[in-house]
Design a protein. Structure first.
Length: 537
């Protein structure tokens, strides 16, 4: 089989693939591959864990993304293609095969794992198995099949379809209220990908039931979008990028008659226009509020969204380092080829005025609304003000718990300010959600936060940026880059703690050390807790 593959690829080297990368898309593929090549293990046909924190165990998902890059590069005398086929086969061999398991059709997280759901290795959703792997692997397989079909052997393609059928069946058992799952149609990124992979698999295998299922999920996502022209999982340096990627597949690969093909491009354009409104070209960061983020600064932590921006505005302009593997969350650089092969298509969807806005900053305010059932009890109202050196974004929300709209307290950032100082540093402060009901008022240089259902026990807890300019912080006046003044009816003195990699009261927020500043209410307080931050610079 191997020799047949090599022979086939020889024919196609430099040949007529639909994907010919140019510009930054080509550079993203080449640079990410040059980096990932270091991790390839030809013995197992998989790549080693790229963040070097796993004693050289292998990683399924990153291996599949690497396979996309191998096929896009299609070099080394046919070896790239045979390695890609080896990875694809290896990953499908390990795919879970017992339809009785709730994780049927999902892919391993690492090949070293015991069988999920055994006594030594209990089935833990998002732990020992990850239901989103259906989509992360699936969208890569769809791309591989569509873009590189001509250089793949017939047997590999068949095996991929068989794999996608099982994956789609397993995926179809997901639902927001099923068995502790959370795949509501509002959980935009996997919902969008699931609609794409299921519809595509139904179409390719002639399974009308499966196709209809995919279109049904899509319709639910579209209905939510049509409410406010925003994704329910709103504004994330990581997940907005993944949603946009999923929408790319809707527009590019579904039959014209499909609701996905009909609506994918306009939802993509609408989402991208909002990104352009919230993107600060000078600060190279996405303004808040973020429904989900792992970081406070896209110049130090790789946000997947940057991968879509880079082909349009340039790598460093998108927040990425020229060598992104030194950044936090660098694992997402493994996506680079998978995004790069779609760059020509999705760039064509972005209107000129949106591209211009991404490149040239001018101060403005953006307002919008978002709804994430079943966790949002009311429509959320977002206001983001972007000034030259400071931007403030916040949302009024009323949710079933203080975990916020996505039921994910840790990644939820309802009120954020970021500023630039000291010739390029990014400072930030971030309200941590402690209540299910917050009202905000954002205006130039001012953030006003109130807890309508709060009381004397309410707290306003912030994380704020450390700085080399002042390593010892005793209060807001030591936070560098802007002057912050606190008013309202809170106790104006904050409790200050440090969270650090090597000590302090807490560990880092993901990879970020931070100053913890908490305001409580004065003794005997009655009324509505309110905290106002005024910024001067
Ligand atoms: C798909 O699932 C069936 C059981 O329904 C199993 O026999 C088959 O091996 C699976 N195929 C793959 C590619 O995992
Ligand atoms: C067709 O799709 C349905 C719905 O996902 C699934 O239950 C069924 O097993 C599929 N049929 C085949 C032959 O794959
Ligand atoms: C957002 O604004 C709408 C009015 O447009 C209002 O009905 C809703 O209650 C507001 N949401 C919150 C959480 O305050
Ligand atoms: C902050 O917002 C609350 C509630 O909307 C309002 O009552 C208060 O006047 C505002 N404070 C400032 C300083 O704008
Ligand atoms: C805040 O702290 C300062 C200095 O420690 C102190 O003088 C002041 O009384 C405190 N204010 C309140 C409201 O506790
Ligand atoms: C903060 O205020 C102080 C004194 O009021 C001023 O000297 C300093 O320049 C201000 N810092 C910034 C960053 O605006």
């Amino acid at each position: 089989m191997l020799s047949r593959v090599v022979a086939l690829t020889a024919i196609y080297i430099g040949g007529a693939l639909s994907t010919t990368l140019t510009g930054e898309a080509k550079a993203m593929m080449e640079d990410s591959m040059a980096w990932m090549d270091n991790f390839f293990d030809p013995k197992e046909n998989l790549i080693f864990e790229v963040q070097s924190d796993a004693a050289m165990n292998h990683e399924t998902l990153e291996s599949v993304w690497y396979a996309v890059g191998l096929l896009a590069r299609n070099g080394n005398q046919g070896q790239d293609v045979s390695h890609a086929e080896g990875i694809i086969t290896r990953v499908i061999d390990d795919q879970y095969k017992d339809p009785a398991d709730i994780w049927f059709g999902v892919y391993t997280k690492e090949p070293e794992e015991p069988y999920v759901g055994t006594a030594p290795y209990p089935a833990t959703r998002y732990g020992s198995w990850d239901p989103n792997w259906y989509d992360f692997v699936g969208t890569a397989f769809v791309t591989i099949y569509e873009e590189f079909g001509p250089i793949l052997s017939a047997s590999t393609k068949e095996y991929m379809l068989e794999s996608m059928v099982n994956s789609s069946i397993g995926n179809s058992r997901r639902g927001g209220d099923v068995d502790g799952d959370n795949l509501w149609p509002a959980y935009s990124n996997p919902a969008i990908m699931r609609a794409a992979t299921t519809t595509w698999t139904g179409v390719k295998t002639g399974n009308k039931t499966m196709q209809a299922e995919g279109e049904g999920y899509a319709q639910q996502i579209i209905d939510l979008w049509d409410l406010h022209k925003t994704l329910s999982e709103f504004n994330s340096p990581t997940y907005t990028g993944i949603s946009l990627f999923g929408l790319t597949l809707w527009g590019k690969y579904m039959p014209k008659s499909s609701i996905l093909a009909q609506r994918g491009p306009d939802i993509f354009r609408g989402t991208f226009s909002t990104v352009a409104q919230l993107w600060h070209a000078g600060m190279r960061n996405l303004a808040g509020p973020w429904d989900r983020s792992y970081s406070f600064n896209m110049q130090t932590s790789l946000g997947h969204l940057s991968l879509l921006l880079a082909p349009i505005i340039g790598r460093e302009e998108s927040g990425l380092r020229q060598n992104p593997w030194i950044m936090s969350h660098a694992r997402d650089w493994c996506w680079a080829s998978l995004i790069a092969v779609h760059a020509e298509y999705f760039t064509s969807l972005v209107p000129q005025n949106v591209k211009k806005m991404l490149k040239e900053f001018s101060p403005h305010t953006w307002r919008g609304q978002v709804y994430y059932p079943p966790f949002d009890l009311e429509t959320r109202n977002i206001t983001t003000w972007l000034g030259e050196k400071l931007m403030i974004g916040a949302q009024s929300y009323h949710t079933t718990s203080s975990n916020g709209p996505d039921d994910n307290n840790e990644q939820f950032h309802p009120a954020v300010a970021q500023w630039t100082y000291n010739n390029g540093d990014i400072g930030w402060l971030d309200l941590r959600a402690s209540v299910p009901h917050l009202l905000v008022d954002v205006s130039p240089n001012r953030l006003n936060l109130t807890y309508p259902d709060g009381d004397a026990s309410s707290v306003f807890t912030f994380y704020a940026s450390p700085s080399l300019l002042q390593r010892n912080v005793q209060g807001w006046s030591d936070i560098q880059g802007v002057n912050i003044s606190i008013s309202g009816n809170v106790d104006p003195n904050a409790t200050v703690k440090f969270a650090g990699r090597f000590g302090g009261s807490y560990g880092p927020y993901y990879d970020y050390n931070y100053w913890y500043l908490q305001h409580t209410m004065p003794a005997g307080f009655e009324g509505t807790p309110e905290l106002v931050i005024d910024f001067t610079y």
